[in-house]
Design a protein around this ligand. Sequence first.
Ligand SMILES: Cc1cc2nc3c(=O)[nH]c(=O)nc-3n(C[C@H](O)[C@H](O)[C@H](O)COP(=O)(O)OP(=O)(O)OC[C@H]3O[C@@H](n4cnc5c(N)ncnc54)[C@H](O)[C@@H]3O)c2cc1C
Length: 484
Amino acid sequence: MTTRCDENSVGASHGAGAKETVAIVGGGCAGALVAAHLMRMDRRPRRIVIFEPRPDLGAGVAYSTDDPRHLLNAPASAMSAFENDPTHFVTWLAQLGHDHVATDFVPRRLYRQYLQDIVTVGLRCSIPGTELTWIHETVTSLSVNEITGHRLTTLHYGQGLQYGADRVVLALGAPAPVALQALALSPTFGMISDPWCPGTMEATASTGDVLILGTGLTMVDIALALAERDPRRTVHARSRHGFLPAEHVSDGFAPWPGFDIGHPKTARDVLHGLRRATAEAQSCGGNWRNVIAAARLAAPDVWSGLCATERRRLLRHLGRRWDVARHRMSAPVTATVTELRHSGRLTVGAGRILAVVNHGSVRHPQLEVTLGGPGGHRETLMVGALIDCTGPGGDPTARSPLVAGLVADGLARLDPCGVGLDVDEHGDLRTDSATSATIHTVGWCRQGAEFEATAVPEIRRQAERLARHMSPSGDRRPPVLVPA
Ligand SMILES: Cc1cc2nc3c(=O)[nH]c(=O)nc-3n(C[C@H](O)[C@H](O)[C@H](O)COP(=O)(O)OP(=O)(O)OC[C@H]3O[C@@H](n4cnc5c(N)ncnc54)[C@H](O)[C@@H]3O)c2cc1C
């Protein structure tokens, strides 16, 4: 793959025979999958440019970790990059000599390597003349111009650099959490508002006890790493409800075959349908997890049948319970969490921050945190660091100048249900006046439009459909070969 980051106003050239240029903004899992699917489908050579500032392609937030205890939260059998070749990842693992089977939860760093191989092999197997370039930069804004009837999008990055593209795919991932920022505390050394920011572990190296806001999978990852680094420290995790993710069980993956909640028009109907289906499954000896698996498959249809008000209502009432049931911990991770809780090194509970007083200094904080819990219960914790693991806020403009600029310039608008961007069924951006034919999205941006948009099964489907949308005459050539 070539790398260019020193050019000005390069990229798309139009006219007969010119190659179409697609710029993918974000080279995490979604960006890598779009590139791989495009190269597999294209019948005409194309220029693909990925903008990604991280040191590794395919890494993004989830797969940057090198910690071997950070496992995928789904078994290997669910993680193929190709929906129509479900064993692809498992075969790849075997061919590389990894001792993992389909039911294993493998280290996430291996998945990063897999995504990188998919891209590399995709290029090798693509139509001759296909170009793939990686620019190690953050895109700060987009501008759209019409040049002799041709719509060209200019990507702005670095110190005044520009790149022209015929199409742009926004594969930006989820925004960082905003709960800690919203408290508007005076910044001190141990206050970490993005747990995935490089240096988090170093920043908390000598802080002693730590309070994590949030009790989901991100908290679990961070708590495991913190506990490993310093066995003397206690990690406290608090969230509004204090629910930990549920545990995976081996027979919980197959969708419940009897799942049918009809065509609900309200959030209340959806909730009743889910309760009924769960009771039915359990009365036949089934598992609620199978109902969740079936509900996930039905989610696009159910979601598309709800108006924006009902979608907002469903998010409000189902949101956290869905997360707990859907984003589960693998058995080994559950065992470690249980052990840490038993030994008192991890405490989990319900609570909201009411006040934070720093009795130390900016560089060596000693934070007295007062939390309010259910029933008026109050709790005070003394910690050296506070980490926000509450997950993405709904507003994609909050921490992204690029998205904020798109919305301000009228090139995008927020989804009516308050999460992500407003997009059509292909993931194309909708504005007040039109749907963009040249700016597409994949991954979290589509959360409001699709309800489930952030895990590999959804992203690979979006990526494949988007590639087909961009390459309508593309064939379905056999899946990318597994590298030798
Ligand atoms: C800790 C964790 C574990 C997970 N485990 C699993 C799992 O086991 N199985 C599963 O199916 N899903 C899992 N997920 C869900 C996960 O979100 C998806 O699998 C997937 O990684 C999302 O990919 P993405 O490309 O959309 O986002 P990301 O991986 O976040 O990638 C987005 C990329 O865009 C780049 N970017 C953002 N803005 C710009 C810009 N302006 N210019 C240039 N680049 C930009 C960022 O640097 C980033 O690398 C996990 C998520 C997390 C957080």
